[in-house]
Design a protein around this ligand. Structure first.
Ligand code: XMP
Length: 317
């Protein structure tokens, strides 16, 4: 019978056997898969695992420093790379969603490649690939930011010469979570909502600027924090905030305002392939709306997305 503990025991033994004294590099994303893969490798080979966690400047508010801190608490040997300005400069002026994804994917490869060269004599690339990634064509959700979907980026980066090790290759998501729990991983990792690899880039419709990222991070932080405080976060499969490319008129005191609009999104789903919009309580939505408009200068209107997938998608881009 499959149990998380027996899986951990066999996998750690197999990893030790396979890798021996070699060095391994692995890209962490903040998500549960790469984190559990890293923990298994860490158990097997300890300091010979080096993890790389890239800040693309498109993460949620405080996400990079919070998650980096959590990784360090887990005892992982992790290099945090602040590459936000590089990503944002390459994205300047780009409006097309697929172009954004391609640029982010290619930039991630460049950053990862440069960092991985610093890890001398690495022989293996660890990845958090899970079974659905193996069987599914990755085109369904668009190219993800994980390394696996980047094979089509021209000119093979150095790390592609590495042998690949994927300890979660045969597991489904719920099994990964159970393994993570057995390894002592905290709920903040295990219950984290899915977050797209291109991050806030595909939640800022149209052109991306540093100021728009900041505005969206503030609004999103209010929304997500309130979902947590009201005990709604764990009932929702995924939630996020979208910055729309329009302005609308409002009034503050005696002043007419002409500012941005954000849409709140929350969906129920089991796999992201189909999704229903969540019937969040009106009182809750009212509170979030007020708090965003009163606290985030530059946003004067909040709307709620009541579209399901299909025919809409979870993300707006
Ligand atoms: P859609 O918008 O296609 O999203 O209904 C389904 C799920 O996939 C996530 N998503 C992505 N994840 N790279 C990713 O790693 C992407 O380019 C991407 N696009 C969408 C989305 O957040 C949802 O969980």
């Amino acid at each position: 019978d499959w149990t998380p503990d027996s899986f951990i025991e066999t996998t750690v033994a197999e990893l030790k056997e396979k890798i021996g004294e070699d060095r391994v590099i692995l890209g962490l994303s903040g998500g549960v898969d790469s984190t559990v893969a890293a923990m298994l490798l860490h158990r097997a080979i300890g300091k010979n695992l080096t993890c790389i966690f890239v800040d693309n400047g498109l993460l949620r508010k405080n996400e990079f420093s919070d998650v980096l801190e959590n990784y360090k608490e887990l005892g992982l040997n992790v290099i945090g790379v602040d590459a936000g300005d590089l990503f944002l400069s390459r994205l300047a002026g780009i409006e097309d969603p697929e172009k954004k994804r391609k640029i982010i994917g290619a930039t991630f490869v460049d950053v990862f490649d440069e960092e991985s060269r610093k890890v001398k004599d690495a022989k293996w690339l660890g990845q958090g690939t899970i079974y659905p990634d193996v069987i599914e064509s990755s085109s369904v959700n668009g190219p993800s930011q994980t390394i696996k979907s980047h094979h089509n980026v021209g000119g093979l980066p150095d790390y592609m010469k590495l042998k690949v090790v994927e300890p979660l290759r045969l597991l489904f998501k719920d099994e990964v979570r159970r393994v993570g729990k057995s390894l002592g991983l905290a709920d903040k990792f295990l219950k984290r909502h899915p977050f797209p690899g291109p991050g806030l880039a595909i939640r800022i419709l149209g052109e991306i600027t540093k100021e728009k990222v900041r505005l969206l991070q503030e609004a999103d932080h209010i929304y997500i924090t309130m979902l947590q405080e009201e005990g709604l976060y764990d009932k929702v499969w995924q939630a996020g905030t979208i910055l729309l490319p329009i302005k609308s008129v409002g009034v503050m005191g005696d002043e007419r305002t002409y500012e941005s609009v954000v849409a709140l999104r929350a969906v129920e789903s089991t796999d992201g392939m189909t999704a229903d919009w969540c019937h969040l309580p009106y009182e809750f939505l009212a509170k979030v709306s007020n708090k965003i408009i009163n606290n985030v200068r530059g946003i004067n209107r909040v709307v709620y997305d009541i579209s399901s997938k299909p025919p809409a998608t979870i993300e707006w881009e």
